[in-house]
Design a binder for this molecule. Structure first.
Ligand code: SF4
Ligand code: SF4
Length: 206
């Protein structure tokens, strides 16, 4: 019994004289190691609201709600549910929309609602069937990626017309009623409605 007591005493003295291995958080901010994955940090300028990160997030920390009335998509990021897996960063289509920061690491909050972030993006909604096409920024991003090839799509051409104000005077908020006509292919319509027009009119050479 004598020797174990001496060993315990030695360990107590050594630990008294050795600096602590643990950090003093929250008294002092935690400094993570280099390349350590911290809180996902969103760059709204480079996020196009495409939904990809929500689809790959394993803990459902990222969700979306679409309000057709207001034409707004709200992206909700609840970092209280985040497990820092990095899937959102890895699969982000712009590669810059969200990055796991090694600087922002202090996420301790008393009120859980404070760990939730919101973003809003304008939706593109079909003027005929009211289906959600995507966000306007997502379509512009695809234009930039595809270059001139983007204009093989009539929807892309119509969006570009709006952007360049070539379609001035055309009210794109008007709902298409009384069935799709040939001229409606120059409105903002979803691929399903465009297909209906193409089958109905163009395939017959009308
Ligand atoms: S790091 Fe992982 S868990 Fe956290 S928001 Fe991104 S995908 Fe979701
Ligand atoms: S994948 Fe990237 S661009 Fe798309 S919504 Fe997420 S952060 Fe934004």
């Amino acid at each position: 019994m004598k020797y174990p007591k001496i060993r315990e005493l030695k360990e107590a003295i050594v630990s008294l004289l050795t600096p602590a291995y643990t950090s003093k958080f929250p008294a002092e901010p935690h400094v993570p190691f280099e390349k350590f994955r911290g809180k996902p940090s969103v760059d709204d300028e480079n996020c196009v609201g495409c939904e990809t990160c929500a689809n790959v997030c394993p803990s459902h920390a990222i969700t979306f709600t679409d309000d057709k009335e207001k034409g707004i998509r709200t992206i909700i990021r609840d970092y209280g549910k985040c497990i820092f897996c990095g899937q959102c960063e890895e699969h982000c289509i712009t590669k810059k929309g969200v990055i796991l920061s090694d600087k922002i690491y202090d996420m301790a909050v008393f009120d859980r609602s404070k760990s939730i972030e919101y973003q809003e993006k304008e939706l593109l909604i079909c003027q005929s069937c009211n289906a959600i096409i995507t966000t306007r920024e997502h379509l512009h991003f695809m234009h930039r990626k595809l270059g001139p090839k983007a204009f093989s799509s009539i929807l892309n051409l119509n969006i570009l017309n709006q952007k360049l104000r070539l379609a001035e005077g055309q009210d794109v908020s008007v709902e298409i009623k009384d069935g799709l006509k040939r001229k409606d292919m120059f409105n903002i319509i979803c691929p399903n409605c465009l297909r209906v027009i193409l089958v109905k009119y163009l395939s017959k050479g009308v």
